[in-house]
Structure formats: structure tokens, C-alpha cells
Write a protein that binds this ligand. Structure first.
Ligand code: 5AD
Ligand code: SF4
Length: 512
């Protein structure tokens, strides 16, 4: 049977009738494990188990010899980091990486479910990949990440994109060898999505995308259940990694010459809440990491509700702890915050900002904002505008609310038209640009520490890198500065970037 016939026969076996949608299991038996948002919502009391014995089973060793893989990543840093883990597993199986889809024997789309447009991009890409799949019979095509955790997405792929070979979720990426092996053998699409989170698996292989900056997971999942957000369903309950494992990973990265670490979690301020045997929270972790010999440490993303005084106190000690805090506010209206389920008011947020600024006067604050939440009034939107000014954020990620099936907000009636939502976003973005330019201008004339990441995208003669406050700086300098911390005098501010001149390299900060 050639591949076209295989695809046609696969399609014939797959149900097209929506009446059978609910019970695919009888068609797919061992290869179909359906996700359920309802199950994903449950939060059990079971203890999290930690495993550090991940091994590639001998059955799978060499599975990738002579084969190449390509992973396209959508969404947040957590996804980028998951891609690094999957790349590590591919390499352990003998696969080689490739930069082009045409060259690949396995293509994975590591997807994001946060807003509808993120999902549309993936479905668009699947459309493009269909022709490649028909041309190249042995190509394996997989969809993983947050979209795969949603039953509606899995059903849509099963019905309309039957050329996909495998779907797996965020909780079982360590099962990639098994999933690939099944996909090579199975006639049907392999669907393995666990609705409930798994344990914490420690020693997964990783191929890091960069050699200068690295991501380190400190926790998985989110228990906040903001009413608009799909993440608690796609990423499961909060599970913190043990401090010793995190510290060890950061130390190892430092020993390998990494200069900057970003600690990752969907809600990092809840770090340690789930430990039953120790009292150890994000402030304690940051205090311990402060002693590690690495120039910069950041974390993302914070939830204002769990941001405690001890953490502020520790961050104020600075050293390698960068004075930049990304603190999503989402709205400036206490009424909207209440319906969003954010569990803080405008006043409480402002009080937190006041405390942070008092402890760290030169702190850079950035945020996320959603406009056009169901029934948001003009006055409530104006409260967001006024809060933005009151805090003086240096920049923000701004979004129009996007209903996510299965979340409480998606069921709310909404009397705000898309036109009004777009106008609000435009006004907010104008304000964000104005404040960003102002913040950038304040750096003119200053000499800042820049971690040099490489040549600028548009001009190889120009180097670029980031300051401790995460501002992008472009400047002329020797290639030998790449990967190092150098001092750059800022000559000109633009809205999003700074232009500068490198101060004599001998005056620059020594690389550790
Ligand atoms: N619609 C629009 N924006 C959203 N975000 C999360 N869920 C939604 C949604 N349903 C935004 C929030 C969050 C950021 C990562 O994405 O601002 O902080
Ligand atoms: Fe997107 Fe959230 Fe999933 Fe990240 S965790 S990929 S932002 S849905």
C-alpha cells in the first residue's frame, strides 16, 4: 500500500459523523486516549511523585538513526523549554535536528491555546503541511502542547486533519519515544493526552536553544483558575520542583558558562505552596540562588496575589537578581478583576507596587493587560488606563479578550462589540508606546551593563544584547564580546530599543 492509499484508508477508518464523536475509543482502542477539560479541572490531594530515573528504553535506541526532526514552537517560554526537552529526547534516540520542514522526517507543532489566534495559526500551518505529508509518505506529523490538551481540538484534528500521525499533551512529553514508536507502527492516528497531570520527571535530556541564557522550570501547572484562562486545564495542578534540583541545575548552567537564567512557572509566586515537608517559597529559592555564581537571574510569570514581603526583601538585595518584575495586572477595575477571579483589587495591586518600589526604587515593572473582557464598560476601561499611568509600567503585553471553550468567562454574555474592543486596544497601545519611549529616553546618557547575545538581525556589524531590566541595546563592538557582559553608553533611545557605544572592553565587567 503506498502512502496515499494508507492515508485514504486511514481516513475511511476514522469517523466523520459527529454522532460518534463522543466515543472514538472503539475505533482507536489502544492508540486513543482522549482528553477531558472536566477531568483537567479536578484538583486532587495526592502527593506529587518525583522521578529521576528517566532512561531511553533499549527498544528505542537508534530509532532516529538517519532521520531528522523539526519542532515548531508557538506560545510562551514554557513551551520553548518543553521544545528543548523534546529535542533532547530526539537526540537521545539518534535523530538529527533540521531547520527546514522539507528536510524533516518528523515534524512536531508544539502549540499554544491561550487565545484563538494562536490556535488559528496552528490550523493554518497544518493546512500547509498536508501537501508535504502527501508528497513524503514516511513523514511523521505530530501536534503537541497546550492545544492538544483540549478535547475540541483533538476532535477537530480527528475529523478534519486525518493526515496527522500523533497528538500528545503537555503531561507526557517524556513518553515521546513510545509515542513515536507507536506512530511508526500504527495505522491510525496515535492520540495520547493525559487530562490529569503526571509526576515531576527530573533528569530528562535537554538541548538548550542558546548557550548564554537558559530557562529553568521551577514549577508546573496553575491552580488560580482565572475565569478567562485555559492554562490551569492545559497545564494541570501546581507542582513545584524540589529546591535542590533547581539549584543544582542553575549551578550546572553556570559551570557551562551561562550568564542568565530565567526561572519558569505559570504562577511562580505559588512556588513551594505544595511542599508538605518543608516551608520553602520563592523568596527562599531566590535567596539561595543569589549565592550561585551566575550574573543574572530572572523569573516569570508572577501573580500579584502570592507576591509576599519576603520575596520583595530578597529581591531588594539585588546582586544577580535582576531589578525587573513582570507583574500581570490584567485590568485596572476592581469589578472586572473580581469577575476575572484574580483575587485582588486595584487598591491591593497598587499597594503591592508601592511596596516593591519602596524596596527597589529603580525597579522596572512590566505587565499583561486584557481589554474587552465581557461587559467591560468605558469607565472600567478608563480605570485600566489610569492604573497604567499610576504605576508607570515600562511596557506591557496587551490582548483583546478571547473566549476559551470550557472556561467560565466563555459562557458569559458579552455586550461589548469587537469594534469597541479594538478601539480600546489601540488607545491602550498608544499609551504603552508613550510610556515605553519615556522609559527608554530615561536611559540616554547612562552606561548600562549589557549581556551580548549576538549580531543584530538586520546588520551583522552591530551587536545586540539585553540590560538587567531587559531592554534591547544595539551597538558597535567586537565579535569577541558575544556571550559576555559589557558596558554600553546609551546614545539614543527609540520606542523599543536603545542605541549605544561600547565602553572600552578593558573597563567591561569580567565574565565569571
Ligand atoms: N484572552 C486574552 N488574553 C488572555 N491571556 C490569558 N488568557 C487570555 C484570554 N482568554 C493573557 C493574559 C496572560 C497572558 C499570558 O495572556 O494577559 O497574562
Ligand atoms: Fe500558551 Fe499558556 Fe500553553 Fe504557554 S502555557 S503555550 S501561554 S496556553
Amino acid at each position: 500500500m503506498n502512502e496515499k492509499q494508507r492515508l485514504e484508508s486511514q481516513q475511511a477508518q476514522r469517523p466523520k459523523d459527529s454522532k460518534v464523536e463522543k466515543d472514538y475509543s472503539k475505533y482507536f482502542q489502544s492508540v486513543y486516549m482522549p482528553p477531558s477539560l472536566k477531568d483537567a479541572r479536578r484538583r486532587g490531594r495526592e502527593e506529587v511523585k518525583y522521578h529521576d530515573d528517566f532512561k531511553i528504553d533499549t527498544r528505542y535506541q537508534g530509532m532516529g538513526d538517519g532521520r531528522k526532526f523539526y519542532i515548531r514552537t508557538y506560545g510562551c517560554q514554557m513551551n520553548e523549554h518543553d521544545t528543548e526537552v523534546m529535542a533532547g529526547i530526539f537526540l537521545s534516540l539518534g535523530y538529527e535536528p533540521t531547520e527546514t520542514v522539507e528536510d524533516a522526517d518528523v515534524i512536531l507543532l508544539n502549540t499554544c491555546a491561550i487565545r484563538e489566534n494562536a490556535e488559528n495559526k496552528v490550523f493554518g500551518e497544518l493546512g500547509h503541511l498536508k501537501s508535504l505529508k502527501l508528497e513524503k509518505p514516511d513523514l511523521l506529523l505530530g501536534v503537541c502542547g497546550c492545544m492538544a490538551q483540549q478535547e475540541s481540538v483533538v476532535n477537530r484534528i480527528l475529523q478534519k486533519h486525518q493526515f496527522v500521525d500523533m497528538i500528545f499533551g503537555t503531561h507526557n512529553i517524556h513518553r515521546l519515544p513510545e509515542i513515536l514508536s507507536e506512530a511508526y507502527m500504527a495505522k491510525e492516528m496515535v492520540v495520547e493526552v493525559w487530562s490529569k497531570e503526571g509526576d515531576v520527571i527530573e533528569n530528562l535530556p535537554k538541548v538548550r536553544a542558546g548557550k548564554i541564557k537558559g530557562w529553568v522550570n521551577i514549577m508546573y501547572g496553575c491552580d488560580k483558575f482565572c475565569t478567562y484562562c485555559i492554562v490551569p486545564y492545559t497545564r494541570g495542578k501546581e507542582r513545584s520542583r524540589r529546591p535542590e534540583d533547581i539549584i543544582q541545575e542553575v549551578r550546572q548552567l553556570a559551570a557551562h558558562g551561562y550568564q542568565e537564567i530565567t526561572l519558569l512557572g505559570q504562577n511562580v509566586n505559588a512556588y513551594g505552596k505544595d511542599f508538605e515537608d518543608i516551608e520553602y517559597r520563592l523568596g527562599d529559592l531566590m535567596d539561595d540562588l543569589r549565592k550561585v555564581n551566575i550574573p543574572r537571574i530572572r523569573f516569570t510569570t508572577s501573580h500579584p496575589r502570592d507576591f509576599d514581603d519576603h520575596l520583595i526583601e530578597v529581591l531588594a538585595k539585588k546582586g544577580n537578581l535582576a531589578e525587573h518584575i513582570h507583574l500581570p495586572v490584567q485590568s485596572g477595575s476592581s469589578d472586572i478583576l473580581k469577575i476575572m477571579g484574580r483575587k485582588y483589587t486595584r487598591e491591593q495591586y497598587l499597594e503591592l507596587v508601592r511596596k516593591i518600589k519602596a524596596a527597589i526604587p529603580d525597579v522596572s515593572l512590566t505587565t499583561d493587560i486584557i481589554v474587552g473582557f465581557p461587559n467591560e464598560t468605558d469607565e472600567q476601561f478608563e480605570e485600566t488606563m489610569s492604573l497604567y499611568k499610576e504605576v508607570g509600567f515600562e511596557t506591557a503585553y496587551t490582548f483583546i479578550y478571547s473566549p476559551r471553550e470550557g472556561t467560565p468567562a466563555a459562557k458569559m454574555q458579552d455586550n461589548v462589540s469587537m469594534e469597541v474592543k479594538r478601539e480600546r486596544l489601540q488607545r491602550l497601545n498608544d499609551l504603552v508606546n508613550e510610556y515605553s519611549r519615556k522609559a527608554m529616553e530615561s536611559f540616554e546618557g547612562q552606561t548600562l551593563e549589557v549581556l551580548v547575545e549576538g549580531e543584530s538581525k538586520n546588520n551583522p556589524e552591530i551587536l545586540s544584547g539585553y540590560t538587567r531590566k531587559n531592554k534591547l541595546v544595539n551597538f558597535r563592538g567586537p565579535k569577541s564580546a558575544i556571550g559576555k557582559l559589557v558596558m554600553v553608553k546609551i546614545k539614543k533611545a527609540k520606542t523599543w530599543t536603545l542605541d549605544g557605544e561600547m565602553v572600552d572592553i578593558s573597563e567591561s565587567v569580567e565574565v565569571i
